[in-house]
Design a binder for this molecule. Structure first.
Ligand SMILES: Cc1ncc(COP(=O)(O)O)c(C=O)c1O
Length: 384
C-alpha cells in the first residue's frame, strides 16, 4: 500500500456499495422493470419484485408480516425522510396531543424536524443525556404526560456509538401508552435489531450504512399505527408515501441487508478487533487522547477520540493530508463549526469537545490499514 493511499475510517457517514449489491441492482436495471403501479403485465411484474423485496427486508428486520395484522414498511429516499415522516406524520395523526419528546443526541433529521414543529406551536421537550452518552430515563419519565404523542430516540448514536437503553425507554412509555419511534440507522447489523422484539411503534432504517445504495431507506410502523403522509401525491404505499417506487433501490437495499445480516456476528468480531486495536494504540501513544464513552455499551465500529488541547478541524485537515478519512461528527452537520450537540449534551469538558474526532470502521477495513492509520494519526497529532 502506498503510504498516502487514503484510509477510509468514515463508515458512519456512508459505506461503499457492496459489489454483490451493485451486481443485483445492475441485473434489475437490465431487466427494464417498469412502474410498479402500472396495471399491465409488465407493471404487475415490477410490483411483484417490489413487494417481494419489501417482504424479505421486513422479515430480516423482525416485522410481523403474516395475516391482516402485518406491519408496514414504507420505502423512502433514506433515513432523513423516514425520520421526517415519523416526527411530522405522527404529529398529524395525533392532532389532539401536543407534546413531542426527543433525546438530546438525535440526528439532525430528528432535531430539525422537531424544531420545525416547535415553530408551529408543538411543545417539544428534550431528554437530558448522562455523561456516559445514554439518555437519562428518569428525566424522560418526568417529561412524559398524557399530552405526549411521541417519544423519539435512537437505538445507537452515530457519533459515539453508544447503545441506548431502549427496553427501559419502552417500558416507561408503555406505562403512559405513548408510542416510541427509534432511529435504527446506525444500529442495523452492528447490534441486534428486531422490530417486534423491541416493542417500539416505528423505526427508521437506511441502506447506505450497510453497503447498500444511497438514497434508499424505510420507515417501519406497527400494524394500525401508520403516520399521516407529509408528501401528497398518488396512491403508492397506501398514499402514506406517494411517488413511483424504485424496484432497483428496494432490491439493492434488501440484498445489502441480506448480505450484512447473514454475517453480522463475524462482522462484529472483526470490527471490535479493529476498534480495540485503534483505541488502545492511540491512547497508549498519545497522552492527550481519550476515548469517549469507552465504558458504555457501544456499537462495535464507532470510536470517538478526543485529542485534548487540539482543535478538531485542524487535526481533521492534517489527517486528510496524511490520508486518513474521518470526521468531526455527523456528516449532516459537517461544514458547521459549532461543537457537536451530542458531546455538549453529555456535559463533556470544553477541551474534550473541541478536540474530538470520530473514526468509524467498516467491514472492508483491514488490520493492516488500521495499523497504518494508527501510525499516521500518532505522527499528525505529535506534530500539532
Ligand atoms: C443516526 C442517523 N439517522 C439518520 C441518518 C440519515 O440517513 P440518510 O443519510 O439515509 O438520510 C443518519 C445518516 O447519517 C444517521 O446516522
Amino acid at each position: 500500500m502506498s503510504t498516502m493511499a487514503p484510509i477510509y475510517l468514515d463508515n458512519n457517514a456512508t459505506t461503499t456499495l457492496h459489489p454483490d449489491v451493485a451486481q443485483t441492482m445492475a441485473e434489475y436495471n437490465q431487466r427494464g422493470l417498469v412502474n410498479p403501479a402500472s396495471q399491465h403485465q409488465l407493471g404487475r411484474e415490477a410490483r411483484h419484485e417490489l413487494e417481494s423485496a419489501r417482504e424479505k427486508l421486513g422479515a430480516l428486520l423482525g416485522l410481523h408480516l403474516e395475516d391482516i395484522h402485518a406491519d408496514h414498511l414504507f420505502f423512502t429516499s433514506g433515513g432523513t425522510e423516514a425520520n421526517n415522516l415519523a416526527i411530522q406524520g405522527y404529529h398529524l395523526a395525533n392532532e389532539n396531543k401536543n407534546r413531542l419528546i426527543i433525546s438530546g443526541i438525535e440526528h439532525p433529521s430528528v432535531t430539525a424536524s422537531a424544531q420545525w414543529l416547535a415553530s408551529q406551536g408543538v411543545d417539544v421537550q428534550v431528554i437530558r443525556t448522562l455523561a456516559n452518552g445514554q439518555i437519562d430515563c428518569e428525566h424522560l419519565e418526568s417529561l412524559i404526560n398524557q399530552d405526549t404523542f411521541l417519544v423519539a430516540t435512537m437505538l445507537a448514536n452515530n457519533e459515539t456509538g453508544v447503545i441506548q437503553p431502549i427496553e427501559q425507554i419502552v417500558s416507561i412509555c408503555d406505562r403512559y401508552q405513548v408510542p416510541v419511534h427509534a432511529d435504527a440507522v446506525q444500529a442495523v447489523g452492528k447490534t441486534e435489531v428486531d422490530f417486534r422484539q423491541l416493542g417500539i411503534t416505528s423505526m427508521t432504517v437506511s441502506a447506505h450504512k450497510i453497503h447498500g445504495p444511497r438514497g434508499a431507506g424505510a420507515l417501519i410502523a406497527r400494524h394500525g399505527s401508520a403516520p399521516r403522509p407529509i408528501l401528497h401525491g398518488g396512491f403508492q404505499q397506501s398514499a402514506i408515501r406517494p411517488g413511483t417506487e424504485s424496484v432497483t433501490l428496494a432490491a439493492g437495499f434488501t440484498k445489502a441487508a441480506e448480505l450484512y445480516l447473514a454475517q453480522q456476528v463475524e462482522h462484529r468480531e472483526h470490527l471490535i478487533r479493529l476498534r480495540d486495536k485503534l483505541e488502545s494504540a492511540v491512547v497508549a501513544q498519545l497522552d492527550c487522547a481519550t476515548v469517549l464513552a469507552r465504558s458504555a455499551p457501544r456499537l462495535p465500529h464507532t470510536s470517538n477520540i478526543a485529542f485534548r488541547g487540539l482543535d478538531r478541524q485542524a487535526i481533521l485537515m492534517a489527517l486528510d493530508v496524511a490520508g486518513v478519512c474521518c470526521s468531526t461528527g455527523s456528516a449532516c452537520a459537517s461544514g458547521s463549526s459549532e461543537p457537536s450537540p451530542t458531546l455538549v449534551a453529555m456535559g463533556l469538558a470544553e477541551d474534550v469537545i473541541e478536540g474530538a474526532l470520530r473514526f468509524s470502521l467498516g467491514i472492508f477495513n483491514s488490520e493492516e490499514e488500521v495499523e497504518e492509520a494508527i501510525a499516521r494519526i500518532c505522527a499528525v497529532v505529535s506534530v500539532l
